[in-house]
Ligand binder design. Structure first.
Ligand SMILES: Nc1ncnc2c1ncn2[C@@H]1O[C@H](COP(=O)(O)OP(=O)(O)O)[C@@H](O)[C@H]1O
Ligand SMILES: [Mg+2]
Length: 256
């Protein structure tokens, strides 16, 4: 692991409650720049809530979040997005009336309404700004979506939608990506391709990843480090081979 000063994301004692539910109950974790870190835990353990809190969709009840040397606690999602901390959703959020290509191209711009976006896409072509279009095609190719790039978003498979979300995040000038179950519904060959792509983005572009994924047999082949959540807390952490052998982890996955 790297020096403390090289941590791009620092989550410090973060709490997020929904009424009496302590969905995130004092989580601290660090993600070194250029690393691929996994976040695992049974359903309901607070992983998505933690992602929502880091990315500004929820304000924490308590705690501090530092990104790239800056305190981002309580900043709105679009500000955090602009800083290059970009998340994908467990249930993909795509523009339904746009094609795959238009979805990726549109992510280069701010998150505005669909009509606004269509107008901008036409303006982009009209003004011959082909650079963004080229970049969009690059990420479509990278994520394996080239065969469906002219399809409308609702026509592609669930797995392809996950890939589309990743392609959109890459178009958004990311420094760090928070991926919520990127391989859910993606077939094993494509899932490994996706993780291979993640490794390449780390080595070629220095991107950093924090990834929630239930398919541990795939995840553990690619991550440097793993945090395990249970009932809102981090209950174990370590290298994947250490976590895989940790009895605490076995217990919670067996419903303890
Ligand atoms: N918006 C919400 N309102 C109320 N409770 C919520 C909300 N989101 C999540 N929860 C609760 O918080 C807990 C953690 O959920 P979640 O973060 O989705 O877990 P995970 O992603 O690990 O499956 C669960 O008990 C869930 O029911
Ligand atoms: Mg979740």
């Amino acid at each position: 692991m790297r020096k403390v000063s090289d941590e791009v994301l620092i989550v410090d004692n973060v709490h997020k409650y929904f009424g009496g539910i302590r969905a995130v109950d004092g989580v601290s974790l660090k993600v070194p720049r250029g690393s691929i870190v996994g976040l695992i835990g049974p359903n309901g353990s607070g992983k998505t809530t933690l992602f929502n809190t880091i990315s500004g969709f929820y304000k924490p009840n308590k705690g501090r979040i530092m990104f790239d040397g800056r305190d981002i606690t309580g900043l709105p999602p679009h500000r955090i997005y602009k800083l290059g901390l970009i998340r994908t959703f467990q249930n993909p959020r795509v523009w339904r009336s746009l094609t795959v290509f238009e979805n990726v191209l549109g992510s280069a711009k701010d998150q505005r309404g669909e009509n606004m976006l269509l107008a901008m896409i036409h303006a982009t072509w009209a003004s011959q700004e082909k650079k963004l279009a080229k970049e969009a095609l690059h990420w479509i190719d990278f994520t394996g979506l080239a065969p469906v790039d002219t399809r409308f978003a609702p026509e592609i498979s669930g797995g392809q939608m996950k890939l589309l979300e990743v392609a959109r995040a890459l178009m958004g000038s990311a420094k760090m990506l928070l991926l919520d179950e990127p391989a859910a519904g993606v077939n094993p060959v494509m899932a490994r391709k996706l993780f291979g792509g993640i490794e390449r983005l780390r080595s070629e572009m220095g991107l950093t990843f924090l990834i929630v994924e239930h398919r541990l047999e795939i995840l553990f082949d690619y991550v440097d480090y793993v945090y395990v959540m249970h009932r809102g807390r981090i209950v174990a952490e370590g290298k994947p081979e250490e976590v895989a052998e940790n009895p605490v982890v076995h217990d919670i996955y067996l419903g303890g």
